[in-house]
Design a protein around this ligand. Sequence first.
Ligand code: PMP
Length: 419
Amino acid sequence: MTALSDPTAQTDRVAATDPGKQPHDQSEQGVVPALDPLARLQEIAVRRRAAGLRRTLTPRQADDAVLDLASNDYLGLMRDPRVIEGAIAAVRTWGGGATGSRLVTGSTQAHHDLEQELADHVGAEAGLVLSSGYLANLAAITSLAGPGDLVVSDAQNHASIIDACRLSRADVVVVPTCSPAAVDAALSARTQAHAVVVTDAVFSVDGALAPLAELARVCARHGTILVIDEAHGLGVVGDDGRGAAHLAGLAWRRDIVLTVTLSKALGSQGGAVLGAQDVIDHVVDAGRAFIFDTGLAPAAVGAAHAALDALRADPTLPRRTRQRALDLAAAARDAGWKASEPASAVTSLPVGDPALAVAAAAACLARGLRVGCFRPPSVPDGISRLRLTARADLSDADLDQVRAVLTEVRREILGEVAP
Ligand code: PMP
C-alpha cells in the first residue's frame, strides 16, 4: 500500500534530508524542527494531484445560475417555503441548537414528533433521529454487531457502512454486490453465533436497487437482522416515497432495520434509525454514535418535518423525480454517453479515468451544468464516473440544456462525436 491510498504509510523523508545538517536549528523563538512534520502531507498531495485524486472545496454562491444536477435535493424541497418556514418556526421555539446529547437535554418534543412521523411514513414501529445519516449507520451497526459477531456487507455499500463495520470490531465479510446467494453462503459458513447483514437499498453511485426481498428471505432463514440504508430510497422509491423496503413489503418486519438520511429527499440535515421498538431501545442504550453526539439542531428537525409533510401532501413528487431520472439517462444517451438505468433519482455515466472524469465535470460546470464526479476512494479504481441527480422540478428546457452540454463535453473531453 502506498502513501497515496494509505495516508498513514511512512515515507522516506528522514533518509532524504541532508546528513550534514544538525537535526535542529536554534532561533530566537526557541528550537525550530529541521523536518516539517507536514512535509509528508505535501508529498502525498503532489502524488494525489498527479493521479487526478486531489479534492478541492468550491463554495457555491446563493445566486449562482448553474443548473444543479449534483445535489441530493431529489424532491426539490430544500428551498420550498414550507420547509424554510418549518426550520424558522423550530428555531423560534427551540433555539439554534439542541443544547446537549439526546439522553441529557437534547431530546425536544420536535425530535420525538419527527421520529414518530418518519416511522409512520416508512411503516416502521419506532424511530430515532441522529445528527446525520452517517451517524445513523454507525449507531445502528455498532450496536447490533460487536466483537465475536459477523457482519455481511455488500461490496458497494456506502462509506458510512464500511466505517460502521470497522468500528463494530465484528468479523466482516464483504460479498459481491446484489448477491443474495453470496450472503447465503457467508451466513452458512459462519462460525459466529450472531450475524447482521447490511446493504444500501439504492446504491448511490449508479442508482441500482438492491434485491431486498431475496436478501430478507435469506436473512430470515438464518435468523439474522437485515439493516437497509434507505438514504437514496426515502422520498423517491415506492408508493408515496416510502422507500425500497416498504416497496418490497419489508418495512414493518421486526428483523428489518432501516437507516435514513434527512439530507436528501427531505431537503434538510440529519439521519434516523427506524425499526421495531426493541431495536430503537437497544440503539438508545448501546449506540455510541447516538449517545455521545449532540442532538440534531432544531432547525434541521423542523425543516425535515415540514418536508415530510410536503411529501405526504403531494404523493406525485416521488414519481416525478423517478421520471426525471429516466429522462436524464435518456438525454445522456442521446448525447452519446452510456448511462445506468435509474431505479431512483440518479443515473451515472462511466468515464473510467479519474482525471478525465474531473475534466468532464469541470467542462460541464463551465457550460452552466453542475454534475457529480465520483472517483477513488468513492468508487474503485478504473470506474470513475459522472453522476446526474434528478429533481422533481426539472423542466423540459433543463433537459434540453443537459443534452446540449453533454454532447459538447463528450466531444471535447473524450474526443468522440455523439451519434
Ligand atoms: N448512506 C448513504 C447511502 C449515503 O449516500 C449517505 C450520504 N451521502 C449517507 C449514508 C450519509 O448520510 P448523511 O449525509 O446524512 O450523513
